[in-house]
Design a protein around this ligand. Structure first.
Ligand code: KG4
Ligand code: ZN
Length: 336
């Protein structure tokens, strides 16, 4: 008889407390609690994130088990985000997973957060075929990853400074929008027209990115325009959002199309929080038509941080018995 593998996934790397259950590779529940407390500070406050994780992890896991209709004693393994992420936030998920795994006498599965974002593509059909390129864009990372198999991923390009999500959030802050600003730029851009505000393209070698120059260019541009007209941002918000968003997407695609052409890969995926961006998704659809790409866009709930992707990554580790020891520690800078 086939083994019944039930994985509980736990994600606490940043400001989402999340738990999910996967049975034999099929998602049964995915509970995401987004911590609202950071909004008033204009960014994630690490200590507040840790405290909120402590407060919400128990009810979040209980809810995930309840929705999945799974009893604790039926769990086969516990997957948690080992890193990268905020140190204190990771400690909460890691400590909780260790305690529960010890109590239930089941193996621990230590998951890499960014790899989990990529493996979110294996939660639903259609799944990408290997090898595929995954543009992995979050608040902390901007990577082009060559995915040769579930267990074999290679970073072929990365940002040398800010991440794409950071560029969205910092630009939003300059426009007076609250944190996290990425989704708000997306929202306001829907009512804007593009082509009125231009920003420079970064000059980076190979498949690498840079977003810090854009941030400065946007800042100087806004300062200059506001000196001429103190209501400039207010009067042009939608159009500014539209052009800033379009520009960030243009930068992302410049290297993605280069990599796809040079490596002759036509399976293209996007992952991470920024992959929820509507202009990025639209551009990917347009490119897929003109370039004959097969594209993979995760459902919105699997773009931003969630435990379903952690459970999925843990499930694959479970299949090859890649278990973490009880003395495993979180690693805020866990390498790929
Ligand atoms: O993957 P994620 O949830 O957390 C990290 O691992 O960093 O990504 C969060 C990032 C934030 O910078 C947020 O502004 C951005 O994803 N983001 C978006 C959108 N939704 C989330 N950026 C642009 N457009 C969106 N719709
Ligand atoms: Zn993430």
């Amino acid at each position: 008889m086939q083994e019944n593998i039930i994985i509980l996934g736990i994600e606490t790397s940043c400001d989402e407390t999340s738990a999910a259950v996967i049975q034999n590779g099929k998602l049964l529940s995915n509970i995401v609690f987004t911590q609202e407390i950071h909004k008033e500070y204009g960014g994630t406050v690490p200590e507040l994130a840790s405290r909120a994780h402590i407060k919400y992890i128990v009810p979040t896991v209980a809810k995930a088990l309840e929705v999945a209709n799974i009893h604790k004693k039926d769990i086969s393994g516990i997957a948690f985000t080992q890193g990268p992420g905020l140190p204190g936030a990771l400690v909460v998920g890691c400590g909780y997973a260790k305690g529960l795994a010890l109590g239930l006498n089941v193996p621990l599965l230590a998951v890499h957060h960014i790899k989990a974002h990529i493996l979110a593509h294996f939660i639903e059909e259609p799944k990408p075929k290997f090898p595929f390129l995954c543009l992995t864009v979050s608040g902390g990372h901007t990577l082009i990853v060559l995915v040769k198999s579930v267990y074999d991923m290679e970073i072929i390009g990365s940002t040398q400074d800010d991440a794409a999500g950071e560029a969205f959030d910092k630009a939003a802050k300059m426009l007076g929008l609250p944190y996290p600003g990425g989704p708000l730029i997306d929202k306001y851009a829907k009512n804007g027209v593009s082509g009125q505000h231009n920003f420079p393209m970064p000059q980076m070698p190979n498949y690498d990115y840079s977003f810090s120059g854009i941030k400065t260019a946007i800042l100087y541009y806004l300062q200059k325009k506001e000196r001429e007209n103190p209501h400039f941002i207010k009067e042009n918000l939608a159009n500014l959002c539209c052009d800033i968003q379009k520009h960030i997407v243009k930068i992302l695609f410049q290297k993605l199309t280069k990599a796809a052409e040079e490596l002759q890969i036509d399976q293209i995926a996007i992952a991470g929080g920024v992959s929820a961006n509507s202009a990025l998704r639209k551009r990917l659809e347009n490119e897929s038509e003109s370039r004959d790409w097969e594209i993979y866009l995760p459902a919105f709930e699997f773009c931003t941080d969630n435990a379903a992707m952690v459970a999925m990554a843990g499930y694959y580790d479970y299949l090859i018995a890649k278990f973490a020891p009880q003395n495993v520690t979180p690693d805020p800078r866990l390498t790929f």
